[in-house]
Write a protein that binds this ligand. Structure first.
Ligand SMILES: [Zn+2]
Length: 491
């Protein structure tokens, strides 16, 4: 086994142990990774680019396991879209991207992209719909109970920009109370999320309707108040509400295609490329875990575990052994790192002798999924050594055994970059040692939800105004896809 293969094998085992222990870096005391979103430090242009790039990446992922897409703009000369994915790039990726861009060029609104999205990204859309359905069904009685103890403000404060929705929903009925509107919204969200998308207009309508209801509930004061509840006794309710809000945001994320349409239609065309470089001496390949996870734990601690320790760990994580035994894994360089490895040599070529650079501009990357723990550690180390400012929108802080060390792919950019991989290895090793120390104290870790993995949680308030919005709503509520006015037809 080559040196990098040994490092990769040990790293992947450590990452898998952390996964088995339910680890996430969020809310942990380590520097830099414990943030879900870096919105606060983004410059305005970075912020707008990240959001647009995230939508592009989300639209281009199929949603199948491991199919993560990353996107960046190459702004040297005419703007160019650069795309990468965790797996191999194939001809279908090029076809999908061409179709996507040509649909964007003639679209009037995000809903015009639905035929493409349902065709290309059905798995992802269905995952988002069913995730929302599960989440809101699970939390429903909690929300209803919370509503009985909640002091409602005016309709406008509770449900901003919802007057058209209410006018149409309650036409010919008595004016509803605020509490009633909330209860109806929850029910409506449950009903509207109980389906899977198909390539027909009826199905598109169902999705548009879901987005409509989900957007109002996501922006409601009620959910915000529950989330900002200072009472730690309500911790579980807060977490569940955060999760619900994130899932509401995820089904609504496609409405941001509007900003993308505006952006691309100002350009004569949108040239794109998929990063297809293959790098030598990386941690990519096929590996196999050892037979006994305790052996891997022993390697981390540089000692054999006592029978008592083995018993304690096995008791706390009963499926650890069966999940582990001799399992194969296939680490790949993650999409966001492929973008960085592709761009950095030319960007750095003139400055290699004077690393690190000072005060360089932010370089945003949009991903179909938030960055994992190792990607954030690697990007941090890379930025630290080069002075560059690569950033994705945030991290879910979770470890993945299938994360591959870039190895010499990173190092060949410059001698100063040796050791970037090592910083990741060290960071993971420290976390695992701390986790093991913590496990030996008392109490088990709380299982950390996968749902931190999403992008698309930020609120998008740029809905249309006035008559246009009402006309859209009417068409949505009667289920007529073709009749939905698109913004550009307004003039
Ligand atoms: Zn990653």
């Amino acid at each position: 086994m080559s040196e990098i293969s040994v490092s990769q094998w040990h790293l992947s085992e450590e990452l898998q142990l952390l996964t088995e222990f339910g680890y996430s870096d969020l809310d942990m005391p380590y520097q830099s990774v414990g943030v879900r979103s870096n919105k606060d430090i983004r410059e305005p242009e970075t912020h707008s680019d990240v959001r647009v790039l995230e939508v592009i990446a989300t639209c281009l992922t199929t949603g199948k396991p491991g199919d993560v897409v990353a996107a960046a703009f190459d702004k040297r000369g005419n703007i160019r879209l650069v795309l990468a994915k965790n797996g191999d790039v194939g001809s279908t990726d090029y076809t999908a991207t061409r179709t996507f861009i040509s649909d964007l060029m003639i679209a009037n609104d995000w809903i015009d992209l639905l035929p493409f999205l349902v065709n290309h990204s059905k798995t992802n859309i269905d995952k988002r719909i069913s995730g929302l359905h599960r989440s809101i069904t699970d939390i429903r009685s909690t929300l209803e109970k919370a509503a009985t103890e909640y002091t409602f403000e005016s309709m406008e404060k509770e449900f901003p920009r919802s007057d058209d929705y209410r006018d149409i929903m309650y036409v010919g009925k008595d004016i509803p109370t605020v509490a009633r509107v909330l209860s109806d919204l929850i029910q409506e969200c449950i009903n509207a999320s109980d389906f899977a998308v198909d390539e027909d207009q009826q199905s598109f309508m169902k999705y548009v309707r879901l987005v409509n209801v989900a957007g109002i509930l996501r922006d409601s004061r009620f959910l915000s108040e529950l989330i900002s509840d200072p009472n730690r006794a309500n911790w579980e309710r807060i977490q569940d509400t955060v999760k619900l809000k994130r899932r509401l945001g995820k089904v609504c994320q496609y409405t941001r295609i509007r900003q993308l349409i505006e952006k691309v239609q100002r350009l004569p065309d949108v040239p794109f490329e998929w990063v297809e470089e293959s790098f030598a001496d990386t941690g990519e390949g096929e590996f196999k875990f050892c037979m006994d996870p305790m052996e891997a734990v022993g390697r981390v601690l540089h000692r054999q575990l006592t029978p008592k320790e083995i018993h304690e760990v096995a008791e706390r994580f009963p499926s650890l052994s069966s999940n582990w035994m001799g399992r194969r894994f296939y680490p790949r360089i993650h999409a966001e790192l492929r973008i960085i490895l592709h761009f950095s040599p030319p960007l750095l070529s003139e400055s290699l002798r004077q690393l690190p650079l000072r005060g360089s501009e932010q370089l945003p990357i949009g991903c179909s999924k938030r960055s994992c723990l190792c990607c954030v550690l690697w990007i941090d180390a890379f930025n630290g050594r080069t002075g560059m400012s690569w950033m994705t929108s945030g991290s879910h802080g979770k470890p993945y055994a299938n994360w591959a060390l870039p190895g010499t792919a990173g190092e060949q950019i410059g001698a100063a970059l040796r050791g970037v991989d090592g910083q990741v290895v060290k960071g993971i090793n420290t976390r695992l040692k701390d986790m093991l120390a913590w496990l030996n104290v008392k109490g088990g870790p709380k299982r950390i939800s996968d749902e931190r993995a999403s992008s698309g949680s930020e609120s998008d308030t740029s809905e249309h105004t006035g008559e246009m919005r009402r006309a859209r709503l009417r068409a949505i509520l009667v289920g007529d896809y073709a009749a939905i006015p698109r913004p550009k037809e307004q003039a």
